[in-house]
Design a binder for this molecule. Structure first.
Ligand code: 2P0
Length: 374
């Protein structure tokens, strides 16, 4: 029966992003609403991205998902939430090749197959869930003919998959505004500047380990919200957490760290002030890892190699008199470094190869891709 054999599919690619002001902690677990705004840089899709194909057919009996070639459950609440929100916004879609029309209401009964692949290690602290959910939402929007009713609507849906995913729907420099509404409609990502804005900046990623991390970000940040006093100083938790409010009722509320840094970072990016950008980026990475250590039981994401990289950059910047390189680490030991310009990037690469010599069988060509990122 011809009615039952058609398949319609779309493929999309979305890059990973790396936060320079970190998201760590939720005020609402279901809607994935953060306790602070965050700022990130979207990475080059050539090297760090997810590619996702979504397909619909009346022949599909249920929703199914394959990650890097392996079938996994699509029953998780995060996938379900994203699919539900996208189906609710689906429109009439015409299949070009046959002229067949898929009606808006058909999407409620059509099952979806999703196949997603990363071109980088999964769950090693290089934001694989960010690229994955951003890509899924974008691909579904193409498949189902979804148009945003307000700017950032798709980012709010990607956020339901994984908080940091909302930032991967835009390139360049992106801010995830924490928002205030309880339904999360204003907790969206906005682009601060396009990728072409800061041409001198070079991003170098040092993959220290491609092993899966021991503590997932989701559970790690839950533990930090529950137990870390430092996180209460860092973010605006007083407003959302009854126990914190009680604890602090006897003293003047202090001004939190992150809201100030967000304003400073917006300025640094807009004016391409590398000194400010580097200072805030390194400080925020260090405070995020201090918060992890301040969690009970403590969470260790950095390892000895990560700390050696920090030492190398700190010594270099001190000798130079002003920052040449900035570093930041997510929920894993891998370093993302920002070099002030190409010359500094070349020097950095030289220093890294000297300090961490590749083994004899390493293919050195892997280290250089074009002249932008390495
Ligand atoms: C960030 N990270 O801003 C921070 C810095 C890790 C360290 O966003 O629970 O995977 O899915 O919202 O988005 C990782 O957290 O967590 C993260 P969920 P997510 O990039």
């Amino acid at each position: 029966n011809e009615e039952e054999t058609w398949v319609v599919m779309k493929t999309a690619r979305a890059p990973s992003n790396i936060a320079v002001i970190k998201y760590w902690g939720k005020r609402d677990e279901k809607l994935i609403l953060p306790i602070n705004s965050s700022i990130s840089v979207t990475l080059d899709p050539e090297h760090l991205s997810a590619t996702t194909t979504v397909a619909a057919s009346p022949a599909f009996e249920k929703d199914r998902l394959w990650l890097n070639g392996k079938e996994v459950s699509v029953e998780g609440v995060r996938y379900k939430n994203c699919l539900r929100e996208m189906r609710a916004r689906a429109t009439d879609v015409v299949i070009e090749s046959s002229g067949k029309v898929i009606r808006k209401e058909d999407w409620n009964s059509l099952h979806i197959h999703i196949a997603s692949e990363n071109n980088f290690p999964t769950a090693a602290g290089l934001a694989s869930s960010a690229a994955g959910f951003a890509c899924l939402v974008y691909a579904l929007a193409q498949l189902m003919g979804v148009q945003e009713k307000y700017e950032g609507e798709l980012t709010a849906i990607a956020r339901l998959g994984s908080g940091s995913a909302c930032r991967s729907l835009y390139g360049g420099f992106v801010e995830w505004k924490m928002g205030q509404e309880i339904d999360g409609t204003d907790s969206i990502a906005v682009q601060l500047a396009e990728e072409s804005h800061w041409k001198d900046l070079v991003i170098i990623i040092a993959v220290v380990s491609s092993r899966q991390k021991e503590t997932s970000s989701t559970s790690g940040m839950q533990e930090s919200v529950k137990t870390s006093p430092l996180l209460k100083y860092r973010a605006e938790m007083e407003k959302y957490d009854e126990s914190v409010r009680k604890m602090q009722s006897n003293r003047v509320l202090m001004e939190e760290v992150v809201p100030k840094r967000i304003v400073q970072m917006e300025k640094a990016i807009k004016s391409m002030n590398f000194t400010e950008f580097a200072k805030i980026t390194c400080a925020d990475s260090n405070q995020f890892h201090a918060t992890c250590l301040d969690t009970s039981p403590p969470i260790f994401y950095l390892n000895d190699t990560s700390r050696k990289l920090i030492g190398l950059v700190e010594r270099w910047n001190r000798h130079a008199g002003e920052p040449q390189v900035a570093y930041t680490f997510d929920a894993g030991p891998n370093a993302v470094m920002f070099a002030k310009n190409k010359e500094v990037a070349a020097q950095l690469l030289q220093r890294l190869l000297y300090q961490f010599p590749p083994s004899a069988d390493t293919d050195i060509s892997r280290y250089v891709h074009g002249d932008q990122s390495i």
